[in-house]
Write a protein of this length. Structure first.
Length: 323
C-alpha cells in the first residue's frame, strides 16, 4: 500500500488514531499496473495509474465508467447514450449506428427482420392503426384502407375491393370488384386525350385515341341488364348484311308496338312515343333479354333491314316509272 502526502493531525510522538489519520489522506494506492486500485481527489478507479485512463472509475459526483457489467436488478436513468445493445441471446439488437434487428444474427446485414437508422424496414408483417411512409416495398400488404394521401384529392383502396376516387373531398367515381358482373366502373368519366399505354385487356393509345379489346371481336360494352343510358358519337361502324333475298318490307310491316295487359301502348320515357316490341323482329335482329324480359335490338342489322326495304321500294318505283 502506498500513501501519499500524509499530514498527521496529532503529535508525532503519540500513537495515531485511524479517523484522524485518514481524513487528510491525499491518495491511496493498492497494487500496481493493470491491477492497481486507487483513491484520490478525482474519485475511485482501478486498472491504470491515472483516473482518465482507468477502465473502471467512479467520481465523487456519481459518474461511473466500466467496460462491462452485469446488473441483476433494475437499471434506470433520466438520460444517456449507449453503443451496441443486445437483449437476449436471440431477441433484439441495436448497433452503434442506430440500426436495429431481431433474431440470432450478430450483425445488421445478416438479419432478416430489421429497421435501419434511416428508417428502412424489412419486416414479415405490420399490424397498426396507421402507417406513414415514403416508400413501401412488400409482397403482400393487408389492411383496412390504403389511400394516396390524407387530403381531399386522393385515391382509396378499401377492404370492400373498391378503388374510390375523391376530388375536393367528394366521391367522383369508383372501380368495384363484383363476382356477378366482373369489374364495375361507377360514376366516373374516362378521358382518353392524354393516354398512350396498354392497361390489361384495354388498349389506350394517343394515335386514336381508342379503347380496344385484347383480341378482335371479343368483349362488349354493357350487358342486357347493365346498359349505358346515352351514347354519343360522330361515327358508328359495323359489318353490314345484304338482305335482297329477304322481303324486308314484310318484316317491317310485321313489327308491332309494345302494349300492356290492357292493350295500351307502352310509351318511351323520353319521347313519349310507343315503343317497338322487339320480340316481333326476326331472331337475327333481336338481341338478349334484359331483367324485365324485354328484347334488345341489333341496331346494325336493323339498319340493314331498313336499307333492304328502301331498295325494295326503289325497285317498285322504277317499275312503275317504266310503265
Amino acid at each position: 500500500m502506498e500513501i501519499k502526502e500524509f499530514t498527521p493531525t496529532v503529535n508525532e510522538s503519540e500513537s495515531p488514531v485511524g479517523g484522524e489519520v485518514l481524513k487528510n489522506l491525499k491518495e491511496l494506492t493498492v497494487g500496481a499496473g493493470s491491477t492497481v486500485f486507487k483513491i484520490n481527489k478525482e474519485g475511485v478507479f482501478c486498472g491504470a495509474d491515472n483516473y482518465t485512463d482507468a477502465p473502471f472509475s467512479l467520481s465523487f459526483q456519481g459518474s461511473l465508467k466500466a467496460t462491462t457489467g452485469t446488473f441483476s436488478g433494475t437499471l434506470s436513468a433520466a438520460a444517456g447514450s449507449l453503443g451496441a445493445i443486445t437483449i437476449g441471446s436471440n431477441a433484439w439488437h441495436v448497433d452503434s449506428s442506430g440500426n436495429m434487428w431481431w433474431g440470432s444474427s450478430s450483425t445488421y446485414a445478416g438479419a432478416t427482420y430489421k429497421i435501419s437508422a434511416a428508417g428502412v424496414a424489412n419486416l414479415s408483417g405490420i399490424v397498426a392503426a396507421s402507417v406513414a411512409a415514403e416508400n413501401i416495398t412488400a409482397g403482400t400488404i393487408t389492411g383496412c384502407t390504403v389511400q394516396s394521401s390524407s387530403g381531399n384529392d386522393r385515391v382509396e383502396l378499401t377492404t370492400g375491393d373498391s378503388l374510390i376516387f375523391y376530388y375536393g373531398g367528394n366521391n367522383v367515381g369508383s372501380i368495384i370488384s363484383n363476382s356477378a358482373a366482373g369489374i364495375l366502373l361507377r360514376g366516373a368519366n374516362i378521358d382518353l386525350s392524354n393516354t398512350a399505354e396498354t392497361q390489361g385487356i384495354h388498349t389506350f393509345t394517343g394515335t386514336g385515341p381508342y379503347i380496344a379489346p385484347k383480341q378482335n371481336n371479343t368483349w362488349g360494352c354493357g350487358t342486357a341488364s347493365y346498359a349505358w343510358q346515352d351514347v354519343y358519337a360522330y361515327v358508328f361502324h359495323d359489318l353490314c348484311l345484304w338482305l335482297d333475298e329477304e322481303d324486308d318490307l314484310a318484316i317491317l310491316k310485321a313489327c308491332q308496338p309494345m302494349k300492356d295487359a290492357d292493350g295500351n301502348y307502352i310509351l318511351d320515357e323520353k319521347s313519349k312515343k310507343p315503343r317497338m316490341d322487339n320480340a316481333t323482329l326476326p331472331k337475327w335482329i333481336k338481341g338478349e333479354k334484359n331483367e324485365k324480359g324485354e328484347y334488345w335490338r341489333d341496331m346494325g342489322h336493323f339498319v340493314d333491314l331498313v336499307a333492304g326495304a328502301v331498295r325494295q321500294v326503289a325497285d317498285r318505283v322504277d317499275k312503275l316509272e317504266k310503265k
